[in-house]
Design a protein around this ligand. Structure first.
Ligand code: FAD
Ligand code: DLE
Length: 327
């Protein structure tokens, strides 16, 4: 969508290729809260976050924001330790502050610190169908296909944008990418109006439970299993989620279950967003690859900022006239 909006379609013939489309992607499993990781950010990462935030600000003011899953929600991260450090992006979200004494005493007993803020929600299960329709209306093609190697595409396309998430591990043999398996339960609990995420080992709350209000359902979770690849819902994880969430937030005990989903967060030490020139081993034809994957537990948060940089790279390629038109 960013490429279409920033580069136009006049010069471009675009195809979106994937083995799974919405509602069957990792992004469809995500809660969709705009919350970056709490680590030191580079200047480039801060730029992506600013671009993402700006884009959501524009979407929020459209009359169809609610239909595409964009809205604001306030909430807390409660932190078990006293060493909590304010993140570099704290001024991008609204009203960032530490929890009050009342909140720590009554909402998050035993937790020591954390923060409260108001931030965006972007629900992929509503947003992705909207993007798909918009792209179809711009004559962008959609092809369901599993790609085994980028070489398969180098005869038919001038630019390949590799946004394969955890799939990049096999597709381009990037062993730095690995899954952090997550499982979530969508429940009917319209009384939940805030997100709450508990972090660190608590004396009696099991796991790392979280609750996030959505436009039609509330999402509860807290599973994070590194290097586990299977996508089936595991009843042991269901139990862990229920025990953690209902111990911390007893009002959820009677919430009706709508569905359970499992997804693989595409973990990588840093996001890979870079250009690479590839020469087809058989034909000798050169193709431009833009890699954009490895967004970890926060891919919805990064998405528009990274997409904007990809669009700038495509624009640059068009200016260099190194490509013709097929993406
Ligand atoms: C439980 C859970 C909760 C989360 N909550 C949040 C949240 O609240 N906020 C947030 O910012 N992030 C959250 N995330 C993280 C976020 O979901 C991911 O970072 C994001 O979805 C990654 O998006 P992606 O497009 O890179 O990957 P995906 O959504 O996995 O999309 C990759 C696409 O590439 C295709 N593909 C892969 N390999 C191939 C191949 N070889 N051939 C063809 N197609 C291929 C796939 O079929 C898919 O269509 C959460 C993740 C989980 C699991
Ligand atoms: C919903 C969020 C509080 C947590 C989400 N990023 C996850 O990876 O599960």
């Amino acid at each position: 969508l960013r490429i279409v909006e920033d580069c136009g379609t006049a010069e471009l013939d675009l195809t979106v290729m994937a083995d799974k489309f919405s509602p069957n992607t990792t992004s469809d499993v995500a809660a969709g809260i705009w919350c970056p990781p709490r680590r030191k950010m580079t200047q480039r990462e801060m730029q992506w976050l600013k671009w993402s935030h700006e884009y959501l600000t524009v979407l929020l003011k459209t009359p169809y924001a609610h239909e595409i899953g964009v809205f604001l929600q306030s909430g807390w991260i409660a932190w078990m330790h006293t060493d909590f450090q304010d993140p570099d992006w704290k001024d991008l979200v609204q009203g960032y502050r530490h929890p009050t004494k009342w909140e720590l005493t009554h909402l998050f007993p035993e937790y020591k610190d954390g923060f409260f803020c108001t931030t965006f929600m972007l629900e992929s299960r509503l947003f992705l169908p909207w993007v798909t329709n918009r792209l179809r209306n711009k004559a962008v093609k959609f092809v369901e296909r599993k790609v085994q190697s980028l070489d398969e595409l180098s005869l038919d396309y001038d630019v390949i944008i590799n946004c394969t998430g955890v799939g990049a591990h096999d597709l381009v043999g990037d062993t730095k990418v690995f899954p952090a398996r997550g499982q979530v339960i969508r429940v009917k609990a319209p009384w939940v109006k805030h997100w709450m995420l508990l972090e660190g080992k608590h004396p009696y709350v099991p796991g790392i439970p979280y609750v996030v209000g959505g436009s039609t359902a509330t999402l509860i979770g807290g599973i994070r299993q590194e290097r586990r690849w299977d996508l089936r819902n595991d009843p042991r994880d269901t139990k862990t989620i229920w025990n953690g969430v209902t111990t911390a937030f007893p009002a959820l005990k009677d919430a009706k279950v709508i569905e359970e989903r499992t997804g693989l967060r595409p973990m990588r030490e840093e996001i890979r967003l870079e250009r690479q020139e590839k020469t087809d081993p058989v034909s000798g034809r050169t193709v431009q690859v833009i890699h954009n994957y490895g967004h970890g537990a926060n891919g919805i948060t990064w998405s528009h900022g990274c997409a904007k940089e990809v669009a700038l790279m495509v624009k640059q390629l068009l200016q260099e006239k190194t490509i013709k038109s097929r993406l």
